[in-house]
Design a protein around this ligand. Structure first.
Ligand SMILES: NC(=O)c1ccc[n+]([C@@H]2O[C@H](COP(=O)([O-])OP(=O)(O)OC[C@H]3O[C@@H](n4cnc5c(N)ncnc54)[C@H](O)[C@@H]3O)[C@@H](O)[C@H]2O)c1
Length: 291
């Protein structure tokens, strides 16, 4: 018998419910599109989600919490972290830390505090990412460097400090890349290059850290995060029928879609999967378009 079923409802109304129930052991979840999936059992496991106060990262953090994991959410937005804590209603399995993961000392402290609190580290989700999209001749070197530092170098730093603990726990890493690592729109050079770097970093790490640590990535397509922001920035998504229908899957993505694969890749069921980045894009990258 399933030990509890619950509805990951549309944020913001579902946020509180999701976190409030996160302390109860559960085996299955109904998603917003009403499909039932088996939940991983991460009871006793510990993870870090970077950029987990909002957007996709928050979706991942909620999912791992719901699957029983103790989760450290690191983010550079103090207000968003505080709102997440309030939503969580004081569950002891959520810890938040204000940190800029492009800074080595803050990364070192983030990993140290996580291990101090729970004594181990099983999962690292490198989710932080930003974009600065401009014509290449207008893109300042400082902007290029900022995107690379946030999207790629921060991952290196996180892995560097997390690896000794992940090795010990025989844990896993999930890096959030983008379908823009595989295909492009104009004026996205810094973002696309950084995400291409994430794909390469993922397979390089998988070879270096295996078999103790598995390393995989996800390339999200269009994932609507407007309603997964802190209150001051939250927006109700407005999509046209065409926005949805251009996707072979028939809809725009949501953080739950990325969270579901993250949980699977971190689970023992994915034990033969390492070094790959998986598009989760409603089928957009396999669509041939000539206009
Ligand atoms: N939303 C999409 O459609 C989409 C598509 C493809 C890939 N992605 C990738 O998914 C990841 C999450 O994207 P999102 O849309 O949820 O973004 P978001 O802006 O909604 O959330 C990102 C979070 O990261 C935090 N953050 C930013 N820089 C940080 C830093 N230096 N240190 C600590 N925290 C920091 C922000 O405060 C924010 O809470 C990114 O890597 C992004 O490139 C998103």
């Amino acid at each position: 018998m399933a030990v509890g079923r619950w509805l990951l409802r549309k944020a913001p109304s579902g946020r509180q419910a999701a976190l409030a129930t996160a302390t109860v052991p559960r085996r299955s979840v109904r998603t917003r599109v009403d499909t039932e999936v088996t939940m991983a059992d991460f009871t006793g496991k510990v993870g870090i989600v970077t950029g987990g106060a909002q957007g996709i990262g928050q979706g991942i953090a909620r999912r791992l919490l719901a699957d029983g994991m103790s989760v450290m959410v690191a983010d550079c937005d103090a207000e968003a972290l505080q709102e997440l804590q309030v939503d969580a209603g004081g569950t002891p399995r959520l810890m938040t830390l204000l940190a800029d993961v492009t800074r080595e000392e803050e990364v070192r402290r983030l990993v140290e505090l996580t291990v101090q609190r729970w004594g181990r580290l099983d999962a690292l989700v490198n989710n932080v990412g930003i974009g600065i999209n401009k014509p290449v001749e207008e893109l300042a070197l400082a902007e290029w460097n900022q995107v690379l530092a946030t999207n790629l170098t921060a991952m290196f730093l996180m892995v560097k400090y997390a690896v000794p603990h992940l090795r010990q726990a025989r844990g896993g890493i999930v890096n959030i890349a983008s379908t823009r690592a595989l295909q492009s729109e104009a004026n996205t050079e810094a973002y696309s290059a950084s995400k291409g770097g994430v794909v390469a970093l993922t397979h390089a790490l998988a070879v270096s850290l295996g078999p103790a640590v598995r390393v995989n990535g996800i390339c999200p397509g269009w994932v609507e995060v407007g309603d997964w922001q802190k209150k001051a920035r939250r927006q109700e998504p407005r999509h046209s029928e065409a926005d949805h229908q251009q996707h072979p899957a028939g809809r725009v993505g949501k953080p739950d879609d990325i969270a579901a694969l993250t949980a699977f890749l971190l689970s023992p069921e994915a034990g033969f999967i390492t070094g790959h980045c998986f598009p989760v894009d409603g089928g957009m990258t396999i669509k041939m378009i000539y206009v």
